[in-house]
Design a protein around this ligand. Structure first.
Ligand code: EPU
Length: 417
């Protein structure tokens, strides 16, 4: 096991180029199952979740080759082999195997997903969608069994605008007979990315990125080449780290529009943010105003960057209130930040954050984004070394983290525990 060691107090300076989006990649890889020929994915991030997904596809019989940021997936020999255990248990997004295998083979057996367990994360909306399309869904000893004689288009209203359920239903419906409509669909950029890939494969999906998605089923999908959108959560984390260390960083290779909610909050705090075509420059300053933040579904402030944002708000003057309306209790970073001297208390869905300087401490990343919060916090500490364990969780979502931070001037290294 490794620990991340941070000797903080140095302003980050320079340029960081952002890789492809994790939450797109882990939906696009299973989407390739639906094609009859090779799918080539460019701009793939180097992350452990991506490696697990390529392993899952190989187990099913796909030929997968992954070189640098390109993955080639030849799904021609894929079978719907039952996967009640094994790598599917290692990541949350293995739920996409259900939609993809159901869509291609009308059946699948997939173990209930693993991944970041910051709170119970139900998949009832995914199941409701599969059932509406004509599948029988049963849970047998922790594995979901899905079977359909034929999938038929249906009108599906999501009770919550779930990213996972929206994508999963799109996957299952692309080859179903007739029209499927998803109402109250999630609007995140990753959903548009998946629809773009599926349409390049020959699917007929309209309205991705709005609350109504219409999918006209097609008989067959072919291979294609697709470049993954930039990771807005990694980009946002570097923007926050630049502000927290009062540095000057150009975050490059991104779509600034995807980060508007964060940009607006940083400006409100007094951070200087310049938007360019494919980059954002963040220049920190010595004094920040407190702000209130509400994490919501897209285009609201992303829940996935509320944890690092909590760390930044410890650097603002006065009291900030950060509430998460996507997850009710995604605050596992708070007790660790308190160990570092932060003055934060959690009340219901909100963290109440009083500005204060932070100290070096030994802390533990309880999940991916909680880990990112600790990295941002460690970078602000003026003296001593912050030791973060649970690095393998951070590696699930941030590729080249240490290299990138070092290039920006941070004193960060990995140490074997
Ligand atoms: N929900 C339900 N029933 C469902 C599905 C979701 O009640 O069937 C609820 C959840 O409990 C939650 C809310 O709806 O309160 C949103 O969940 P959603 O389904 O949108 O999340 P997800 O698909 O499980 C994806 C990302 C998360 C990200 C959320 C929200 C992947 C693999 N995961 O999760 O990413 O937080 O959307 O944007 O794409 C991360 O990257 O750290 C991460 C957790």
């Amino acid at each position: 096991m490794e620990k991340l060691m941070i000797s903080g107090g140095r302003p980050l300076r320079g340029t960081v180029t952002i890789s492809g989006a994790k939450n797109s990649a882990i939906a696009l890889i299973p989407a390739a199952i639906l094609a009859e020929s090779e799918v080539v994915l460019d701009n793939l991030p180097h992350l452990s979740d991506v490696a697990v997904y390529s392993e899952i596809l190989e187990e099913l019989g796909a030929r997968v080759s992954w070189e640098e940021s390109q993955m080639r997936i030849d799904p021609s020999n894929i079978r719907s082999i039952p996967m009640p255990n094994g790598p599917v248990k290692m990541l949350r997004a293995s739920y996409y195997m259900m939609g993809a295998l159901l869509g291609r083979f009308n059946e699948a057996i997939i173990g209930l997903p693993g991944g970041c367990n910051f709170e119970p994360r139900p998949i009832d909306q995914h199941i409701k969608g599969f059932e509406a399309l004509g599948a029988t869904v049963t849970n047998e000893h922790g594995a979901i069994h899905l079977k359909a004689t034929e999938l038929r288009g249906a009108k599906i209203y999501l009770d919550v605008s779930s990213v996972g359920a929206t994508i999963n239903i799109m996957l299952a419906a692309t080859r179903a007979k007739g029209l499927t409509t998803i109402e109250n669909a999630a609007k995140e950029p990753e959903i548009i990315d998946v629809a773009t890939l599926l349409n390049s494969m020959g699917a007929s999906i309209k309205g991705a990125g709005t609350e109504t998605i219409r999918i006209e089923g097609v008989k067959e999908l072919k291979g294609c080449r697709h470049s993954i959108i930039p990771d807005r959560i990694q980009a946002g984390t570097y923007m926050i780290a630049a502000a927290a260390t009062r540095g000057d960083v150009m975050i490059d290779g991104i779509i600034p529009k995807h980060l508007e909610a964060l940009t607006a909050k940083l400006l409100e705090m007094g951070v200087s943010v310049e938007e360019l075509d494919e980059s954002i420059r963040v220049i920190g300053t010595s004094r920040y105003e407190h702000v209130d933040v509400k994490a919501l579904v897209y285009p609201g402030f992303p829940t996935d960057i509320q944890s690092p944002m909590t760390s930044l708000l410890t650097q603002a003057e006065g009291v900030s209130v950060l509430s998460d309306f996507v997850y009710s209790n995604r605050f596992k970073h708070v007790p660790e930040l308190v160990r570092m001297g932060a003055k934060i208390r959690v009340e219901g869905r909100s963290a109440i954050i009083e500005g204060s300087s932070l100290n070096a401490a030994k802390v533990k990343a309880a999940d991916l984004r909680a880990g990112a919060a600790l990295v941002v916090a460690g970078l602000t500490v003026e003296s001593g070394v912050t030791e973060i364990s649970g690095v393998e969780l951070i590696d699930r979502g941030y590729d080249n983290l240490v290299t990138n931070l070092r290039m920006l001037g941070a004193d960060v290294w990995r140490q074997v525990e």
